[in-house]
Design a protein around this ligand. Structure first.
Ligand code: AMP
Length: 183
């Protein structure tokens, strides 16, 4: 099974992706985690990505597409959940082309939606615990703006396949909303 999970920063997609990956035995591919690990390794991808990430901006599409093409090829035999990719229309088009060349398809596209005020509060709370460089208030607000401009258009792009999930409420509640649909 190949699954995409989308939603604005703070919607809980990483948390739900982890739960889904253990329930359905899927490899959880979080592009944010992969990029953070490239930064800590000091790789050329990490060096290129770092300044964009610290400012809450998107890393260029060509960097993501090159990285994901290799990753998806490596994991083509596995069930996958993609968390944080695609994040732009060109990435979604690139992903379709990659899957087509691998003779694969996306089974489900999950979109978690949450009101923006709730999101900003959640992220400010998370910032107090995480120490992530992109968790300052200014960057948090910028990440919401970037989401609205570049990522939200994907909802229309995946219009026919999308499963909208209300992301307000406890982790358990949101998980059970997802499990009601994906069995
Ligand atoms: P995340 O952990 O998913 O919130 O991602 C953290 C940061 O990594 C984002 O704010 C972007 O700077 C970068 N990033 C992650 N995934 C992508 C992507 N698909 N396209 C561009 N940048 C990304």
């Amino acid at each position: 099974m190949k699954l995409l999970i989308m939603g604005p920063p703070g919607a809980g997609k990483g948390t739900q992706a982890k739960i889904l990956s253990s329930k359905f035995n899927l490899i959880h591919l979080s592009t944010g985690d992969i990029l953070r690990s490239e930064i800590s390794k000091g790789s050329s991808t990490g060096i290129e990505a770092q300044s964009y990430m610290n400012a809450g901006n998107l890393v260029p599409d060509k960097v993501l597409l090159a990285m994901m093409e290799t990753t998806l090829e490596n994991f083509k035999e596995n069930g996958l959940i993609l968390d944080g990719f695609p994040r732009t229309i060109p990435q979604a088009e690139g992903l379709s082309a990659i899957f087509e060349s691998l003779n694969q398809k996306i089974d489900y596209v999950i979109n978690i939606y949450v009101n923006e005020d709730v999101l900003i509060n959640r992220l400010v709370e998370r910032a107090e615990k995480s120490g992530r460089a992109d968790d300052t208030k200014e960057v948090i607000v910028n990440r919401q703006k970037v989401y609205q401009e570049l990522t939200a258009p994907l909802i229309k792009f995946y219009n026919n396949e999308i499963i909208n999930i209300d992301g307000d409420g406890s982790i358990k509640k949101v998980t059970s909303r997802i499990f009601n649909i994906i069995k």
